[in-house]
Design a protein around this ligand. Structure first.
Ligand code: NAP
Length: 359
């Protein structure tokens, strides 16, 4: 089932903030042939503003789409950018002030930054898991007096964690998680980690990553009650590591549930999961939200990360844990499923639900 075109076949003009960076470029690639949205404005820092997009950008993958080459990069100023949908690939520093400025001026801002993810009136959205949380937009607008809104996607490793955990939590109630990540270099943006720091190496620290892994999942898997999210009651202990992988964050986790769970029961639940119906048929939704691997040495970033355009999450090595109940490995594309693709899928959900409208 495909969701009907929300704009009667016309593509809605959209702007990208931070368009020159790692995530911004992924937005450009993913939106180049998007059926609902068309990139009409690219914006970045004052360093890039005024140049053509081609001149301002060190393009990282494939060929730059012809439609954006000659666009003049704009400063991130809501007085100059009038599109009603704004995809933000800004760092959290500039996002802190700029994203509300756009929302105040009436734009729906789809944010990748951490700045507003945990705000109580801001959806932290994964359409397969918590589509109902878009109702927070009503509260957000009432509280902040905005005609637009900010809708966020989670930290790139947390999205992978949450996709694997969602069906298990719904079936068995997660109580405690022990998590260790192996995160790709592209997660640090461009130019990111120096080659001399990462080649042949593992860096056992990623600034500010562990607190996100330890808190965002509870909001994503929380329950909308009235006009607030009641956080899911599990606790997470996280270790984050940067490894010499280009794309794809791997998350090894052991989980304790409210009830004893066998590996077979966990596998059945993971295989059966289709995600929230609200996500079905959106242009960016993968055929199945989770790919369940049975080979002992999968999932692997090199072999699996590009499947379904990078929008699937992968799980494997589902087995009993000698201390908690179940352990498994999850993996997903940090720049696609964990960032630009996630924002685009969120925008698709908002369009399908009439929050994003033409005109
Ligand atoms: P990046 O490659 O460093 O790109 C940053 C972008 O922000 C560039 O376009 C840059 O423009 C622009 N920018 C920097 N300072 C600015 C300012 N003061 N005003 C306006 N624009 C400014 O970073 P990234 O990896 O794409 O990450 C972007 C955001 O997504 C961050 O919040 C990050 O945490 C989040 N995120 C990243 C990933 C990932 O896998 N990389 C995953 C999930 C979330 P110039 O080129 O002009 O400097």
């Amino acid at each position: 089932m495909t969701v009907p075109h929300p704009f009667n076949g016309a593509r809605l003009p959209v702007a990208i903030l931070g368009a020159t960076g790692m995530v911004g470029q992924a937005f450009i690639r993913l939106l180049a042939d998007h059926p609902w949205f068309q990139v009409t404005t690219v914006a970045a820092s004052e360093r890039s503003a005024g140049k053509t997009f081609a001149a301002a950008t060190r393009w990282l993958e494939g060929d730059m789409p012809a439609a954006v080459r000659d666009l003049i990069v704009q400063p991130c100023d809501p007085a100059l950018i009038t599109e009603s949908v704004v995809f933000s690939a800004l760092d959290s520093g500039p996002a802190q002030e700029l994203e509300p400025a756009f929302a105040r001026c009436g734009a729906i801002v789809l944010s990748n930054a951490k700045s507003y993810r945990m705000a109580s009136d801001v959806p932290l959205l994964i359409p397969e898991i918590n589509a109902a949380h878009i109702a927070l937009i009503v509260t957000q607008r009432a509280q902040r007096g905005w005609s637009g809104a900010i809708v966020t996607n989670a930290n790139c490793a947390t999205i992978v964690l949450a996709m694997a955990l969602a069906p298990l939590h719904a079936a068995f109630g997660a109580r405690r998680l022990f998590v260790a990540t192996m995160q790709a270099v592209s997660g640090a943006g461009y130019p990111g980690v120096s080659a001399l720091d990462i080649l042949g190496n593992v860096v056992p620290y990623i600034g500010d990553e562990e607190p996100k892994l330890e808190t965002e999942g509870q909001k994503i898997l929380g329950t909308l009650t009235g006009d607030a999210i009641v956080l899911a009651p599990f606790i997470v202990s996280a270790h984050s590591n940067r490894v010499a992988v280009e794309h794809g964050h791997t998350v090894c986790m052991s989980v304790e549930f409210d009830v004893p769970v066998t590996a077979g029961a966990a596998l059945d639940v993971l295989r059966d999961w289709r995600g929230d119906e609200a996500s079905h048929g959106l242009p960016s939704s993968p055929p199945m939200p989770l790919v369940v691997h049975t080979s002992l040495d999968r999932p692997q970033p090199r072999r699996d990360v590009q499947r379904d355009g990078g929008m699937s999450a992968h799980v494997g090595r589902v087995r009993a844990d000698p201390q908690l109940h179940i352990r498994l490995v999850a993996m997903g594309h940090n720049v696609i499923r964990g960032a630009a693709g996630a924002s685009i899928q969120n925008a698709e959900l908002l369009a399908a639900r009439g929050v994003i409208r033409a005109g």
